[in-house]
Write a protein that binds this ligand. Structure first.
Ligand code: GLU
Length: 285
């Protein structure tokens, strides 16, 4: 199968150095493989996403020398390229998961789950484990014609280790029920959750390799369960190193001085943005 990769920013702010390096890697791998690269805007969370950030992301990455073959600005065979316009594809995915008996409707919120567990989680990406005793009887929800105002969760196979080989991180293993629990695939506010939208789109767009940040390794284990429930083969994975400051803290979207726009405006050469040590790129105060 010919290589198809993607760049999939969430437009909740200006892109920073970390995004630039991950997306440059996605670009490099697609070009090295002689494949296509798709630009997709992950703007399903309409409260947090803004169109101006999507436009800025494309402008900044082009200024850095990246290009792509399909996207909101170019069109292409998988249009539309904004997730906010792809609801029918996500609903179809929801239907298939419902028909497969893989998901169930649930009234419990994240807050309920956190409260049931008591202590807050230390790990940044830790989603508190959904208590298995809160699962409804099998079959509940199978006759729901639409998601309605429910959260829908995927029932994970407790105790099973999900394994995958990552092109950059090597062999990975996460245990369902311990590293993550039943996770939300559809939100009660009518919005598909990331884990559903990203799989539905990567499948619909024929993506063969997912290149993204290492913070999403555990999400990949969850997504493998979505692929399995859909009866679809997963793509290959390449999780890029995260850019950290001298204190070892991850860059957040608003890290002062390291927004791609600011670096470019300061005249930092693209090669330095992509390769120079982070400390050398901080603005002098
Ligand atoms: N939209 C996600 C982000 O901006 C990336 C998700 C993915 O590549 O799967 O962090």
């Amino acid at each position: 199968m010919p290589y198809a990769g993607r760049i999939a920013p969430t437009p909740t702010g200006f892109l920073h150095l970390g995004h630039a390096r991950t997306f440059a890697l996605a670009h490099e791998r697609a070009r090295a493989a002689g494949g296509t690269l798709i630009f997709r805007i992950e703007d399903i969370d309409f409260l947090r996403c803004k169109p101006e950030y999507a436009l800025a992301a494309m402008a900044d990455l082009r200024a850095l020398g990246l290009d792509w073959d399909e996207g909101p600005d170019l069109g292409g065979p998988h249009a539309p390229y904004e997730q906010s316009r792809r609801t029918p594809i996500f609903l179809e995915c929801w239907r298939r998961l419902r028909d497969a008996g893989a998901i169930y409707p649930c009234r419990r919120s994240r807050k309920d789950v956190a409260a049931a567990l008591g202590a807050p989680h230390a790990e940044e990406d830790a989603e508190p484990i959904f208590p298995p005793e809160w699962r409804p009887a099998p079959g509940f929800g199978s006759d729901f014609p639409e998601p309605g105002d429910w959260n829908w969760r995927l029932r994970v196979p407790d105790g099973e280790t999900l394994r995958f080989d990552d092109a950059l991180c090597g062999a990975q293993a996460f245990e369902a029920g311990r590293d993550f629990g039943d996770f939300v695939v559809w939100r009660r506010d009518g919005v598909p959750a990331y884990e559903l939208a990203v799989v539905a789109d990567d499948l619909a767009m024929g993506v063969t390799e997912v290149v993204r940040g290492r913070d999403l390794l555990k999400s990949t284990a969850r997504q493998l369960l979505v692929y399995r429930a859909l009866g679809a083969p997963p793509p290959a994975w390449a999780h890029a190193p995260l850019v950290c400051d001298a204190q070892g803290r991850r860059l957040a979207k608003r890290t002062a001085g390291l927004a791609l726009r600011e670096l470019l405006a300061r005249g930092v050469p693209p090669a330095d943005i992509l390769h120079a040590p982070v400390e050398s790129l901080l603005p002098r105060v």
